[in-house]
Design a protein around this ligand. Sequence first.
Ligand SMILES: Nc1nc2c(ncn2[C@@H]2O[C@H](COP(=O)(O)OP(=O)(O)OP(=O)(O)O)[C@@H](O)[C@H]2O)c(=O)[nH]1
Ligand SMILES: [Mg+2]
Length: 289
Amino acid sequence: MRHLQPGDQGNGPPVLLEIVVPAYNEAGRLPAGLSLLTTKAAALPVSTSILVVDNASTDNTSDIVRNWPREPVPVRLLHCARRGKGAAVRAGLLATRAPFIGFCDADMATDLCALDLVISLLATGHRAIIGSRAHRWSVVEARHSAFRTAGAAVFRRLARTIVADATDTQCGFKFFSGPLARAAATRMRAAGFAFDVELVARCIQLGARVTEIPVAWRDVPGSTFRVQRHGASALREIASIWLNLKLSDRQPGGGHVPLQIPLAWASDGIQVALDPVLEPAPMATARQS
Ligand SMILES: Nc1nc2c(ncn2[C@@H]2O[C@H](COP(=O)(O)OP(=O)(O)OP(=O)(O)O)[C@@H](O)[C@H]2O)c(=O)[nH]1
Ligand SMILES: [Mg+2]
C-alpha cells in the first residue's frame, strides 16, 4: 500500500467517483464501515475508489486501511498532518481528481442506499448533494442525550445565519461535482466538526445550488464527538466561518450568489445545471462490466 501525500492521486486507474472517509481512532468501527462501503461501491454503476484520511490516530486505523484488500474497489490511505475532521475531509477532497467526489463517516451511520440517488443526481447535473436527517422522508434512529440535542439546536440556529435554508449541515454524507468541491475545499479554513457549514457555504458562494436528499440514518455507538470537548469549539468555529465568509465576500473577483439561496429538495424534481469550468476536466473511465 502506497501512502498518498496531499495532491497525490496515486497510480491507480482514474475513476468517476472518489469517496473520502475521515477516520480518527476508528479501529473499532472502520472494518465494518469499509466492508459496507466497498461492497456498495462495487455495485454502483460508476467506477469508484475510497480514500481514508487519518490524522494522528493512536490505534491501528492506518494498518487496517493499509492491509485492506485491493478488490473489489481500491481503498487508499492519506495521512493529514492537521488535526480535525474538517482538516481531514479537506485534505481528502483536495487529493481527489474524479469528476464526482464526496465523503461519508467511518461509522456509515447514513445508509449507503442513498448513493444510488446521489449518482443519478450527479449524473443529471446536480453539483452539491447533501444528506439531511431533517428531510421529511428521512428515517432517523438517534439516541443522543437531551444535552446534545439542545446543543445541536443552538448549532443549527447559528449555522442558519450562514446557510439560511439548510435543514441539516452536519450529516456526514455529502457529494459534489469534483471541480466544485475542490474549489470550495481550497477556500476552506475550518478544521473542526463545523467544517460542513463552511464547505456548503463555499459551494453556494461558487454559484452551486445545494440539493438536500433524504437519508436513513442510525446512531452508531463509538462516536468521537464529545459535547463538552467539541461543542464549544464547534460554536467558535461557526463564528470564524461567518467572519471568513464575510471577508472573502468583499474580495474583488470572488463572484458568488447570495448565501441565502434556497436549498432544493430532492423531491422538487431534477434540475439540470451545467458545472462551470473551475478546473481542467480530469480523465475518467466508466466501470467495465
Ligand atoms: N481524520 C479525522 N477524522 C475524524 C476526526 N474527528 C472525527 N473524525 C471522523 O469523522 C467521522 C464522524 O465522526 P463521529 O465520531 O461519528 O462523530 P459525528 O458523526 O459527528 O457524531 P455522532 O452523531 O455522535 O456519531 C468519523 O469517520 C470520524 O472518525 C479527526 O480529528 N480526524
Ligand atoms: Mg457518527
